[in-house]
Design a protein around this ligand. Structure first.
Ligand SMILES: NC(=O)c1ccc[n+]([C@@H]2O[C@H](COP(=O)([O-])OP(=O)(O)OC[C@H]3O[C@@H](n4cnc5c(N)ncnc54)[C@H](O)[C@@H]3O)[C@@H](O)[C@H]2O)c1
Length: 363
């Protein structure tokens, strides 16, 4: 028997939305019911392409009884108010990264979901990459031994036109920063996921090669983790092209290198290579540097909602990289080490039947 699919309202029909819509078009779990954009022509173009309704007023759409969930693909400063209102209206929420621009807002999103009995998920699709899953397993099983350190590099290209064509990118109030909170947050998420909890960090940032923005277009950070290891991070968005992201985790017995979506896991003299596995049902829907795992995460989110499980990347998980980024901005402004967590952490409630994240790796 075919299950009733979740009916989704997609809020924000800009660049990333087509990846969400393409994933929903092939999803066994959920259907795109309404495309919402404050710019009517975008909502209508989307609706025509994906065979759904078009709306311009998200607040009206979240009150509809025929909508089960929202996927939020709007500018960063709108994620928290939209997620909180949708949760209060009884809708499940899957938001794009970063989940919010402050820890208080992220916590309010988590609380709103819990208090209203709905599920909150945050997109960090690269955790679902085959390479990332293999790396996580190599860390968690002790294959590379106790972790000693890490380094990560993101050097991409975002032109002045990229910023001038947007009414929110490159602004502190709407984007919440630059290369750290928008592009490098994926890399920061992978590093913290593999390294475990961070305890303190020191960072610097600058605007060096863009005329029209004053957010960070270059940043570096030293992050100390609870296991004593340090990670070194470097990011900029004025490189000539979107170079493959590099992450390396060094253990006492071996090391892991991830270059874009391929992992090289070396233990002793033996290196195994983990390549991405193409899914014939899921064509690449966005630029290559966005990766290919949005559809995996979107399907897994709705599968976990149906099963009554916490999603793989819930609000608590989604908050971690955001909190590191906020700490980096604080550290750079103060010129000091900043301790983590930034505020007293929220603790997840007991969830019956919850499988630990590690046990589900590779699903
Ligand atoms: N996971 C990834 O790899 C990835 C990739 C790209 C973007 N993103 C994220 O996706 C989100 C959107 O980014 P984008 O590049 O698609 O931005 P975008 O500017 O192209 O699209 C945002 C859309 O939201 C609409 N919008 C703005 N205010 C609205 C409102 N009040 N109601 C309804 N619609 C509204 C805009 O009209 C626009 O069409 C951001 O959080 C970004 O960080 C994630």
């Amino acid at each position: 028997m075919e299950l009733d699919k979740f009916r989704v309202a997609l809020i924000g029909c800009g660049r990333v939305a087509r990846v969400h819509a393409g994933a929903l078009a092939r999803s066994p779990e959920a259907d795109l019911a309404v495309a919402v954009d404050i710019r009517r022509e975008r909502a209508e173009a989307f609706a025509a392409q994906y065979g759904c309704e078009a709306e311009t007023d998200w607040e009206k759409v979240i009150t509809r009884s025929d909508i089960d969930a929202v996927e939020i693909c709007t500018p960063h400063y709108l994620h928290a108010p939209m997620a909180i209102a949708a949760a209060k209206a009884g809708k499940h929420v899957l938001t794009e990264k970063p989940m919010a621009l402050s820890v208080a807002d992220a916590d309010a999103m988590i609380r709103a979901a819990e208090e209203n009995g709905v599920t909150l998920g945050v997109i960090f699709q690269n955790r679902y990459n085959t390479a990332s899953q293999a790396a996580k397993q190599a860390v968690d099983t002790g294959e590379i031994g106790a972790i000693r350190g890490a380094r990560a590099f993101l050097t991409w290209n975002r032109s002045d036109e990229y910023y001038s064509h947007s009414d929110w990118k490159g602004t502190w109030d709407k984007e919440g920063g630059g290369v750290l909170i928008d592009q490098a947050i994926h890399t920061i998420d992978l590093v913290q996921w593999l390294m475990g909890p961070a305890v303190e960090l020191f960072a610097t940032y600058d605007t060096r090669n863009h005329e029209i923005i004053n957010v960070d277009d270059v940043a570096e950070a030293t992050i100390r983790f609870a296991n004593g290891a340090l990670a070194s991070l470097y990011a900029n968005c004025y490189y000539p092209y979107d170079a493959d992201v590099f992450v390396e985790i060094v253990g006492e017995k071996g090391l892991i290198r991830i270059l874009k979506d391929v992992a090289y896991i070396k233990v002793g003299n033996v290196t195994r290579t983990v390549e991405p596995v193409a899914d014939p049902d899921q064509p690449t829907l966005g630029p290559g540097y966005w990766g290919q795992s949005h559809a995996k995460q979107i399907n897994d989110f709705f599968r976990s909602v149906r099963a009554g499980e916490r999603p793989y990347i819930d609000g608590y998980e989604g908050k971690k990289a955001m909190e590191l980024v906020l700490a980096m901005y604080q550290s750079a402004r103060k010129g000091q080490w900043v301790k983590l967590p930034l505020t007293e952490p929220l603790l997840p409630p007991e969830v019956k039947g919850l499988k630990p994240v590690a046990a589900r790796a590779g699903e």
